[in-house]
Ligand binder design. Structure first.
Ligand SMILES: [Zn+2]
Length: 266
């Protein structure tokens, strides 16, 4: 139904077949150039487009609705939205661009239930790089480059703030953790949040843990529960800014305890 991100100027382009998608996340690109991409994406000779574009000074354009397939990353077009960012891979995203991408990401959280997480695994919900898709996504290992790829966590934290609405700006991590363990995301680490996180940490394959990781709550811990658990641990690791390997080891546990000491309200 032509979903347009609020705050982005809708400038529809020709380069789309108009087929409907339900995106699971957002692919971050670098334009390797300055200025609006509208003319290039509206030119049938280019055969490319993106859903969104973020300018360095805060300009925001949408070329293809969020629920329609753009032509930015081949096999990744059917599963992810795409955002081009003005400038070059040698330059960091400006604060205005970080805000624009966060606004777009928060919209996807609301509209499509995207995980508030960075991911490098195609098929997983989150903020991902073009390069992560390898050959299937057109073989652009340098897009958007290490500098901008490294700014994704900051974008997700900001998106969590936007999603949290009234949540204190100092607690975006709590909002993100609450999304990760499927409890109400009010930005306050209270008893319900604590219990859900404790169930994942203990990993005793309980019904509470199944609920926390978003698996079917049936008391039978099968491959799907296990996969949901690993995905949840990865999301939590990303939020805690530790190595993302899906295994709750000592490093993850120390970061978790530190976060709990900071935020748990008892
Ligand atoms: Zn790209």
């Amino acid at each position: 139904m032509a979903h347009i991100v609020q705050g982005f100027q809708y400038r529809p382009v020709r380069n789309t077949a108009g087929d409907t998608i339900r995106p699971i996340g957002l692919v971050l690109h670098v334009a390797q150039g300055n200025g609006s991409q509208f003319n290039w994406f509206n030119d049938p000779r280019s055969q490319v487009s993106s859903n969104l574009w973020a300018g360095k000074a805060g300009q925001r354009e949408q070329y293809v609705p969020s629920d329609v397939r753009a032509w930015a990353q081949l096999a990744g077009n059917g599963t992810y939205n795409s955002i081009e960012t003005e400038g070059f891979d040698t330059e960091a995203l400006t604060p205005e661009q970080i805000e624009s991408v966060a606004v777009a990401y928060a919209d996807g959280v609301h509209a499509f239930g995207w995980a508030l997480a960075v991911t490098d695994t195609p098929g997983q919900s989150g903020l991902i790089t073009h390069g992560a898709g390898n050959l299937a996504w057109g073989n652009h290992p340098g897009c958007p480059g290490a500098i901008r790829a490294g700014q994704r966590q900051q974008i997700v934290v900001r998106a969590a703030q936007i999603v949290g609405g009234s949540a204190s700006p100092t607690q975006p991590k709590v909002v993100a953790l609450q999304h990760a363990v499927h409890v109400a995301a009010d930005g306050v680490w209270g008893p319900a949040t604590d219990a859900a996180l404790a169930a994942v940490r203990a990993n005793q394959h309980t019904r509470a843990e199944q609920a926390a990781v978003g698996a079917t709550v049936d008391g039978a811990w099968g491959p799907r529960s296990q996969a949901a658990y690993v995905a949840t641990v990865r999301t939590i690791q990303s939020i805690l800014e530790v190595g993302v390997d899906g295994v709750w080891g000592p490093v993850t546990d120390r970061a978790f305890v530190a976060a709990r000491n900071s935020y748990f309200t008892g």
